[in-house]
Design a protein around this ligand. Sequence first.
Ligand code: GDP
Length: 735
Amino acid sequence: LLQLTRKLIEIRSVLLSVDQSDALKLPSIVVIGSQSSGKSSVLEAIVGHEFLPKGNNMVTRRPIELTLIHTPPSTASSSTTPIEYGTFPNMPQMGKITSFSSIQKVLTELNLSVPPELAVSDDPIHLQIHSPNVPDLTLIDLPGYIQLSSMDQPEELKDKISTLCDKYIREPNIILAVCAADVDLANSPALRASRRVDPLGTRTIGVVTKMDLVRPELGAQIIRGERYPLHLGYVGVVCKAPPSGGAAGVFRSFRGDKDQPGNVTGAVLKREEEFFGGDNARWFKSQGRLGAEKGLLVGTDTLRKRLMEVLETSMSGSLHGITNAVQLELEEASYQFKVQYNDRRITSESYVAETVDALKARFKEYTQQFTKPAVRAKLKGMLDERLMDILEQLYWNDPRTPELSRLGEDRKLTPDDLDAYWKYKLETASSLLTKSGVGRDSTALVADGLRGLIDSIATGEPFTFHPSAAERIVEFSHAILRERMGVTADQVENCIKPYKYEVEVDDREWAQGRERAEVKFGEEIERCETKLAEIRKRVGGSRRMGGLVGHVAELEKWEEERRRRRMASLTRRDEGDGEQDMDQEEGSTPLDAYKYSSAQIIDGRHALLLSNRLALLKMRQHALKSRRCKIGPDESAFCPEAFLSVVADKLAYTSTMFINIELLEQFFYQFPREIDSRILYDLDREEIKRFARENPKIRHHLELQERKDKLEQSDASLAHTAGQVSGRISRAKAL
Ligand code: GDP
């Protein structure tokens, strides 16, 4: 046996997965018929099992591409694989299903998954059945034609089903038109549809079901096909017991039969034997001639044989055309593969591995931003800002601060001569700085930096194509950070603890701290000057600015005076004095009150503030540059800025050291390992495939490569099959 059909069926499946274009289609048998014509019963009789969805309300909503694969009983029983089973090639995870009622359940679910507003879908369900009891065949089951539209089956649905069937009954497919014997063939929608696309009936087989429901002579007349001739003829079958036998009663009863467990073939054969044999037999033999082989085609078994013959003939007829079409497509695919990818082959696995490598490399590159000096500079920035805030709060806003500068210039004074006020202030400033939550804040600052780094990796290519992987990266990196942050913050806080009590400063540290403070003051002065210049420009030059500031100063003095008087008056009132003098005050206004707009007044107040601040800053900068401050750490109370700068530097240094050990080192160690375990090793084959295909560039590459491979494979199989066919022909000629 050549098993030509078998091979072509295999090629057909491969080509179907290449694309759905008609050019690459090998024929299949398409089963059409109206609802309740007995379509399902015929298919189940061919397969030998009940496996199709059952129910009253449109249970077939998607085409079922059924591929039957004959497994020789000998090989099947000798191996460990089950003898009979079904697979859903598009859902490989379901494996081999040996229970036909499970197959039925899956099919029912897949059909019911079509949204109600669509009613039918042209997305086919692929099902393969392997069994020693089936022939090699491909059959496509389609939704039944609706005869009468009812409330829940509107006219529109009728058209939808017709359109769907029309798509499948095109060439080169063979049409299996199912009609019930008890319904006039003239009314058969299946025959009518076939007539439209195959007017000569060259690729249509008629199946007349329910032969038991009509008198045998009428049945015979129908399948003789004189009224509606079909080149491939009609086959008469009896696939189910009449209703009197109970709903599917015979099928069920035969399930219990020891010889035919869970299979309907026995039931059908028995029914058919009863009906076409015995007394009735004479009607189905060709009149005038003897011998059943010359008779009419009846019975499921005959139908199967007929289908095999027709499919084989049709497939070998398509062989030449399909071979040419495949070669053409292959040439094109090979050309494209060469041009677009220079014949470079990839796999989903290699893509995943490359992506992970690239991710690690990028991570490593980015971590350069987290060297110790870089982290220290960052923390220093944060602490310097904090330091300036403390200085502002404790010194710049203190009207006594100019006094400190004056005292510093008096060379005769020693730090011991200084008022305790200043020593106490310095202690306060230092402890504000050391107790400001440095552990928590510095850790958070670095962790935020790491988070930003990961986020920028996760939102860049190629992770834009892999949102769920990106999400996973972000998730596990955050988890690492969360886990490390508490420990790190505590550790840092612990290590800076000594500074909360005492900060020892040596001469070198002092000199550096003093210089840094000087620079900081320089920057602050510049900032103030820039702002002042902006206001000056807005107001319209130095002269006008002078006027405005003068006015605002007047105004503030007047406001101050008024406030003072009001307070005094309130006190007097409390003591029982009159209120008149206060009311009188209310009316008086300062000079030039209406010369400036309120926006200008705001600018003026701001400018006044800035120039006062500027004067102070310059005074302190001058102090920092003074001989006194250059002496050394003993002069701290005179030069709090230098001292605090040293404190900030020590805090930054210590924090960096421990953040580096507890957070960065740990993170840099764990992150690449997590990538391996959560991405590289965590994906199964299917997930790897899906992951690679999320990237459109890779998907295109893989698809083209796959297409080329499949076409190559089909081309080789076709050549092989064609060789066998011509061998057979030449052998036949030689005989
Ligand atoms: P479908 O809707 O075209 O798939 O038709 P079914 O296969 O579900 O059959 C419709 C009804 O006809 C069911 O009640 C079957 O039991 C019944 N039926 C199918 N084939 C035969 C047959 O050969 N003889 C009789 N008497 N009833 C049948």
